[in-house]
Design a protein around this ligand. Structure first.
Ligand code: NAD
Ligand code: WQD
Length: 335
């Protein structure tokens, strides 16, 4: 058995950290990325951290020939499919692009995997499939899913369903990793998140504010029915998240049965708790103001992470303060 793993979207935020962890675990990542939301320089940074050369193909996951050239040149043992568009807000404005890239991309990938008999797939899913849970704030893999509230969320749900159906009549072994809120950056400060334009997500907006690129962070609502009135999420360090992919690759699934794992810490933190963790970790003050609720926001959700702990022996190592310290280190390295 070779160790070649194809990472679609492997130069992105989560893919780049996963490439590093795969190398540390003895795998050989091969990256396909069209640079829609990343830069080719990320490849040099991954190579700097790992001291390894990584085969890189610049191309689109919807392009049959691009996939063909990779699958013909390398004996691929498994695929981790990160490549997607991921902005909830954009997806409302441009739903067709999201169906094209996220649904069309997976369709082409599955066709090529079938043709080249590649039978292992790890899929980047999202806690967005749970919506606002109705029975407590912690969700397990068997919590009923809610109707998607955005085209982005719908593509993740459709992607899971597509893979599920393909598994019924094939030998495909699939794992869905439902990520909660990935934040932070590699402790080296060499790779991290590269948000385009004004960040929609909390932590990059917060670090850009402290760096002076934004005037103040707006907290979207402080009158929710939560202990301090602000929304609750399960923030997970991107390096811990990356390690979950290594665990998932080694997991033996039951035939015709995609396995689902929540990837979160199991602990909910409010927006105000994130801000104070940042201030404790860095000694910097966060200028913030209270604004109106953001339309479509879930009030509170966090992972029940028991299954991944038991079946993959995966447990997060980094605290919320570590996440903030590393996010800040990364921000300081940006100009
Ligand atoms: P990202 O945008 O940083 O990475 C995605 C990568 O895919 C980028 O490098 C981009 O250039 C590439 N890409 C996009 N379209 C492509 C295409 N058609 N062909 C080839 N490459 C393409 O995003 P990320 O945060 O690393 O997310 C990775 C995956 O995890 C996505 O599927 C996303 O939906 C999912 N996810 C992300 C989060 C999050 O908060 N970051 C949470 C849950 C799930
Ligand atoms: C976190 C919290 C905001 C910005 C999104 C996607 C989800 C998943 C992860 C991909 C919320 C609050 C934010 C700001 C704020 N991605 N906030 N001021 O909304 O949990 O999830 O990313 O699959 O699908 O929806 O993440 O980082 O946007 O928000 O107060 O300027 O911070 O209200 O409570 P979210 P987020």
């Amino acid at each position: 058995m070779g160790n070649n793993i194809l990472l679609t979207g492997g130069l992105g935020y989560i893919g780049s950290h996963t490439a590093v962890e795969l190398i540390l675990a003895g795998y050989e990542p091969i990256i396909l990325d069209n640079l829609a939301n990343s830069k080719v320089e990320v490849l040099d940074q991954i190579e700097k951290i790992t001291q390894k050369k990584i085969p890189f193909f610049q191309g689109d996951v919807r392009d049959e020939e691009a996939l063909q050239s990779i699958f013909s040149a390398h004996a691929i043992q498994g695929v981790i499919h990160f490549a997607a568009l991921k902005s909830v807000g954009d997806s409302v404005l441009q739903p067709l692009s999201y169906f094209d890239v996220n649904v069309g991309g997976l369709t082409q990938l599955l066709k090529s995997m079938q043709k080249f008999r590649v039978e292992k797939l790890i899929f980047s899913s999202s806690c967005t499939v749970y919506g606002q849970p109705t029975d407590g704030w912690a969700v397990s893999e068997s919590t009923p899913l809610q109707e998607p509230t955005s085209p982005y969320g719908r593509t993740k749900r459709m992607n899971e369903e597509m893979i599920h159906d393909i598994c019924q009549t094939s030998r495909l072994s699939a794992v869905f990793l439902r990520y909660f809120n990935p934040v932070g950056a590699h402790p080296s400060g060499l790779i991290g998140e590269l948000p385009l334009g004004v960040p929609a997500n909390l932590v990059p907006f917060l670090t850009q504010t402290v760096a002076g690129k934004r005037d103040a962070l707006t907290i979207f609502g402080n009158d929710y029915s939560t202990p301090d009135g602000t929304c609750i999420r399960d923030y997970i360090h991107v390096v811990d998240l990356a390690k979950a992919h290594v665990g998932a690759l080694g997991f033996e699934t039951i035939p015709h049965h995609p396995e689902i794992f929540n990837v979160g810490t199991g602990k909910g933190s409010s927006v105000l708790e994130v801000i104070s963790a940042f201030e404790r970790a860095t000694g910097m003050k966060v200028p913030y103001e209270i604004g109106p609720k953001r339309q479509g926001d879930v009030m509170a959700v966090f992972a029940n992470a028991q299954k991944i702990s038991e079946k993959l022996q995966w447990n997060p190592q980094y605290s919320l303060e570590d996440m903030m310290e590393h996010a800040w280190n990364w921000e300081k390295n940006q100009n």
